[in-house]
Design a protein around this ligand. Structure first.
Ligand SMILES: NC(=O)c1ccc[n+]([C@@H]2O[C@H](COP(=O)([O-])OP(=O)(O)OC[C@H]3O[C@@H](n4cnc5c(N)ncnc54)[C@H](O)[C@@H]3O)[C@@H](O)[C@H]2O)c1
Length: 438
């Protein structure tokens, strides 16, 4: 069990400047967490480098980006992208001539998936093939990146990879039920975890969301040695999730989205950073708040805990700027709906026994229940319906604020070398935002 350590001060350590190099290990999407760090690196004048996960051909094979895709990705990042496909996971990998896990599972149905059995020796061979492919590509990409980093520079590696849901049609339907289903459509996350399909998915999550940090640390070993031998410093960060403290009844309390199936992989990610730290490699997993991004949109209700951030902004000394955030959020609501009424609804939601029953750090990540799905998805749907435009939600605005705050907290926090695992809760997010907008 990871020691719970929250960041309670705003870090100001300055290590990275012009001539230093920032490497994004993952692709950059419009709403993604990585934007916070990329903005900081850019503002500090660092050279920005990136990688790509590649794209799949129609036959499932992995390819590099086309010239057009490459140019577009580089423009979005504002830096060079090494065009070696780094798609993680082994759902589409197999030893030559064998079926990959996606092919093995192509026959599963919504009715029979819980009984379907997998051949674990074959799965292990696929996993090894995927790991080999990824590690070799990571070494190749790092050799290219090495050439772009001058002696004397400091280097910041930002890991952002998470995912691993295999592209199996029937599974998408199952996932929809587990993460979005209530009433008749409810499906138990425990049923998934107890099935062979679920076990395979957890293995793939481990590969994509956790082990890639280890492969990055290993593949960048030569860069690290060269840089440190010349007096430079190297840092690694990764985005974790392990619940967040938010204001409940005027006190910051740890709470979590349930069911977070990826939680096992996130705990493995924490242990990878801890092991690296013990070897003198400064890798920090920053456990970040729930926000809405391309990756989290499937988890209906994950966004609910964002609302109390508004209260935190005021509690942490927020002035005119904090009030302006309240005003912006109020303006997104339909006629006659007050922001306070939404915050009150959230407070009652967080105070219910159903919701409080999941505030158990030791038991994390807990299984979902029909009662929780009913309450959480119901509350989420209700609040969404009170907006003027379902495409302009309060939680979109608040997500962008959280991303903005995590940028400097992680950028300077990594420079300060505080600990291998740190929670960024609503208190520090609010304080950082208020400081940025003084
Ligand atoms: N959204 C949240 O609520 C939340 C909360 C805490 C932590 N995080 C973490 O933040 C990080 C960024 O996620 P985000 O929510 O900003 O979403 P995002 O969609 O912007 O980022 C997902 C990242 O994962 C990469 N990725 C996806 N599948 C991959 C694969 N098979 N192989 C290699 N890379 C793959 C993408 O290229 C991208 O860089 C993730 O580690 C995520 O778990 C998110």
């Amino acid at each position: 069990m990871t020691e719970y350590k929250a960041l309670r001060h705003i870090p100001h350590a300055n290590l990275f400047r012009q001539g230093d190099v920032f490497v994004l290990f993952g692709e950059l999407f419009g709403r993604g967490y990585a934007n916070g760090l990329v903005d900081e690196a850019r503002a500090a004048g660092m050279t920005i480098l990136g990688i790509t996960v590649g794209r799949r051909n129609d036959d499932g094979s992995l390819r590099a980006l086309t010239a057009e895709e490459h140019a577009e990705a580089e423009a979005k990042l504002g830096g060079r992208i090494v065009n070696v496909p780094l798609m993680a996971g082994f759902d589409m990998d197999a030893p030559a001539g064998e079926q990959n896990p996606t092919e093995m599972l192509s026959g599963i149905t919504l009715k029979g998936w819980q009984e379907d059995k997998l051949d674990w020796d074959k799965i292990e061979a696929c996993r090894q093939a995927g790991v080999r492919r990824f590690s070799e590509s990571a070494s190749q990409a790092m050799a290219e990146i090495d050439k772009l980093i001058p002696d004397g520079a400091n280097v910041f590696f930002a890991h952002t990879m998470a995912g691993g849901i295999p592209r199996i049609k029937a599974f998408l339907a199952i996932a929809n039920r587990i993460y979005k289903g209530r009433g008749d459509r409810f499906m138990s996350s425990r049923a998934l975890l107890d099935s062979d399909l679920g076990k395979l998915i957890l293995m793939n999550f481990d590969e994509v969301s956790a082990n890639t940090l280890k492969y990055l640390i290993d593949a960048s070993g030569a860069i690290r040695e060269r840089i440190t031998a010349k007096g430079g410093q190297v840092r690694y960060t990764a985005y974790g999730y392990h619940g967040t403290e938010v204001l409940i009844g005027d006190e910051y309390k740890w709470q979590t989205y349930t069911n977070y199936t990826q939680g096992y992989a996130k705990m493995r990610l924490e242990s990878i950073a801890e092991a690296a730290w013990q070897q003198g490699i400064f890798a920090t997993v920053f456990n970040c708040p729930e926000i809405r991004t391309n990756s989290s949109d499937i988890f209906v209700g994950v966004e609910l805990s964002l609302f109390p951030l508004l209260t935190a902004l005021k509690k942490e000394g927020g002035g005119a700027w904090a009030q302006a955030q309240w005003d912006t959020c109020q303006s997104l609501l339909g006629e006659g709906v007050s922001l306070q009424s939404i915050l009150d609804k959230l407070e009652s939601y967080l105070q219910t026994e159903t919701s409080a029953g999941f505030r158990n750090y030791e038991a994390w990540p807990m299984d979902n229940t029909p009662e929780l799905a009913d309450l959480m998805i119901g509350t989420s749907d209700e609040i969404t319906s009170l907006h003027t435009d379902k495409k302009a939600l309060i939680t979109d605005h608040l997500s962008a604020l959280v991303v903005e705050a995590t940028g400097p907290l992680m950028f300077h926090g990594a420079a300060e070398k505080i600990a291998p695992v740190l929670w960024l809760n609503h208190d520090i997010i609010a304080r950082q935002l208020n400081e940025l907008h003084k």
